[in-house]
Design a protein around this ligand. Structure first.
Ligand SMILES: C[S@@+](CC[C@H](N)C(=O)[O-])C[C@H]1O[C@@H](n2cnc3c(N)ncnc32)[C@H](O)[C@@H]1O
Length: 258
């Protein structure tokens, strides 16, 4: 008979079954990791109560609201607690809270005087929502039909926000044909693979504009056959924009004029 594997008193197979179930409900891997971390950290005595309340509060509830417009309010309200919780846990890396990403975008917009933001990967519109007051125009490209439809509903009537539907490898070069000023790029449209090399090629060859580029989730680079390595990103930059600075901080790749 197979030995029963337990994680702090919780049957591992049971946890795995639940995890798969919640993933089918659309829970993000981040919420699952948060759940597992908290379950691990807690004592055996309250594991059942904790498990049930967490699955409802951290997984089921978000998976219901992420299909409705409430997700925009939820994301806005959750940003500060998420940051404080991360700080309390000792700022574990590589993941950084959305609030740090927002601060980074503001810092670069100010430093390089960039009035236009171009994002790939709209998802729930959290970055658009946070940046609306900081940019004159915002463009965002989303591949997923449901995310795009929800964003269109949510930002209807926001004349300075332009939502585009499709693969950013295709849509970004098209969009750039009508852009004639320096921009800040937030390249964050990815899933188990990434269109980043096509996106970078499009930005680097966009006239002689010296844009600033921020790319999220540096830890993914080189992590699978579907993500280029950091060396490949540096090589492409050296080839098409040799004077640019390439650096990584807070899990964000930053490519900008020196
Ligand atoms: C990490 S989320 C983006 C989060 C968002 N930028 C923010 O800061 O709040 C990634 C999003 O990229 C989208 N995506 C994945 N591949 C894409 C592609 N090739 N083109 C455009 N969007 C893509 C996914 O559907 C998902 O909504």
């Amino acid at each position: 008979m197979q030995p029963r594997r337990e994680i702090h008193g919780i049957n591992a197979a049971h946890l795995a079954r639940k995890t798969r179930l919640y993933l089918n409900f659309g829970a993000t891997r981040a919420t699952l990791h948060a759940l597992i971390d908290t379950v691990r950290a807690d004592s055996i005595n309250c594991k059942c109560v904790l498990f049930q309340s967490l699955t409802w509060g951290k997984i089921m509830l978000p998976s219901i609201i992420r299909r409705s417009r409430l997700i925009f309010f939820y994301k806005r309200m959750a940003a500060m607690p998420d940051y404080l919780f991360w700080k309390l846990k000792g700022s574990p890396r590589p993941r950084v809270p959305h609030l740090i990403k927002q601060r980074t975008l503001r810092e670069y917009a100010k430093r390089f005087q960039l009035p236009v933001l171009i994002e790939t990967g709209t998802q729930f519109g959290q970055m658009i929502d946070a940046m609306e007051k900081d940019f004159r125009e915002i463009y965002s490209i989303e591949l997923d039909d449901a995310n795009y439809a929800l964003a269109v509903k949510n930002f209807a009537g926001h004349a300075r926000i332009h939502l585009l539907h499709g693969d950013s490898a295709v849509e970004l070069p098209k969009l750039l044909q009508s852009v004639s000023e320096r921009c800040l790029f937030w390249l964050d449209g990815h899933s188990d693979k990434t269109p980043i090399m096509e996106e970078l090629r499009a930005v680097f060859t966009h006239g002689s504009y010296k844009h600033a580029i921020l790319i999220d989730d540096a830890n993914c680079f080189g992590s699978s056959q579907f993500y280029p390595t950091m060396d490949a990103v540096r090589e492409l930059t050296a080839q098409l924009w040799p004077e640019a600075v390439v650096e990584v901080r807070d899990n964000i790749i930053r490519i900008h004029p020196s």
